[in-house]
Design a protein around this ligand. Structure first.
Ligand code: ADP
Ligand code: MG
Length: 285
């Protein structure tokens, strides 16, 4: 059963010993915390109340993350266990994912074999399918927000960072521009989109998993975005010659300029590439 505990007016340092920093960003910092009684290690994301009161957007993002994660229950979505509020801070206590970002794994291995890429990609799609089935759109899927439980080609993957996520009401279109240039869908730039924006980002991620390079690239953000707007990318050259037709077809379908013609996450899971792919377990990466 899913458990989520809220502690008000409680000093988190009574319960947890704070360890090294795992990352930092829009919200403040993420650190390792050790639960004093059980010895359990967690990731603790902390935000200063003062930064929230100054910035409505930061506040909205923080609470969007709490709202989504407190009920999400999926093996490929990071678990939120506790929420602390003390005089100066809010803290989110989540599952500690120890193997680092998928981003770093790709960088260290250049490009992955198809079975290994499929092993990770299935887990991403499975999380996205769960989100979309529950009306949740993530809006910032990228390899920095995908963590591995160990640095290994058979690792379990967890989607994190629901600070840009939203629960959609199907009568309304989404109009806020969120996301990161390499991964952002063209319709998001036009501020009229739905959950299919996540499918585009997954298509970009699959392209990177198989080639080590982003499909839409450039020296500057505007150069990248102008390629995204036109939807121009290529799958030529020695790297792509070695990639299967099924993988390329899946990428093409996900990077369709028309969101309504892109497959859903569950259709991607049923794609020939994933259905016919052998398990990665005994393959080298
Ligand atoms: P931001 O909104 O600032 O990007 P994230 O939730 O993405 O915040 O966290 C920033 C970084 O901290 C991540 O990219 C990751 O490296 C690290 N991190 C976040 N959550 C965890 C976790 N549960 N386990 C391990 N590392 C984490
Ligand atoms: Mg992040």
């Amino acid at each position: 059963p899913r458990q989520f505990v809220v502690h008000r007016e409680t000093d988190i340092l009574k319960d947890y010993t704070m360890g090294p920093k795992l990352g930092s960003g829009a919200f403040g910092s993420v650190r390792v915390g050790t639960h004093k009684i059980s010895g359990q290690q967690r990731a603790i994301k902390t935000i200063k109340k003062s930064s929230i009161s100054e910035d409505q957007l930061v506040k909205d993002k923080f609470f969007a993350e709490v709202e989504v994660l407190k009920t999400a229950d999926h093996p490929n979505i990071v678990r939120l266990y506790e929420f602390y509020e003390d005089q100066l801070h809010f803290h989110l206590v989540t599952e500690l994912v120890k193997g680092g970002e998928l981003f770093d794994y790709i960088v260290s291995s250049k490009n992955l074999s198809e079975p290994v890429a499929a092993h990770f990609f299935k887990q991403i799609l499975s999380a996205v399918n769960y989100c979309h089935s529950n009306g949740i759109v993530h809006r910032d899927l990228k390899p920095e927000n995908l963590l591995l439980d160990r640095q290994d080609s058979s690792a379990t993957l967890k989607v994190i960072d629901f600070g840009t996520s939203i629960v959609i009401d199907h009568s309304k279109r989404l109009t806020h521009r969120y996301g990161t240039s390499y991964y952002i869908a063209p319709e998001v730039l036009k501020k009229n989109y739905d959950e299919k924006c996540d499918i585009w980002s997954c298509g970009v991620i699959l392209y990177i998993l198989l080639s080590g390079k982003p499909p839409f690239y450039g020296e500057t953000d505007s150069e990248i975005l102008s390629r995204v707007e036109k939807g121009v990318y290529q799958m030529k050259g020695a790297t792509w010659d070695r990639v299967s037709v099924n993988a390329k077809n899946l990428i093409k379908s996900m990077l369709n300029m028309k969101p309504q013609d892109r497959p859903s996450a569950s259709q991607c899971l049923e794609s020939n590439w994933l259905i016919l792919m052998p398990e990665a377990t005994n393959q080298a990466s």
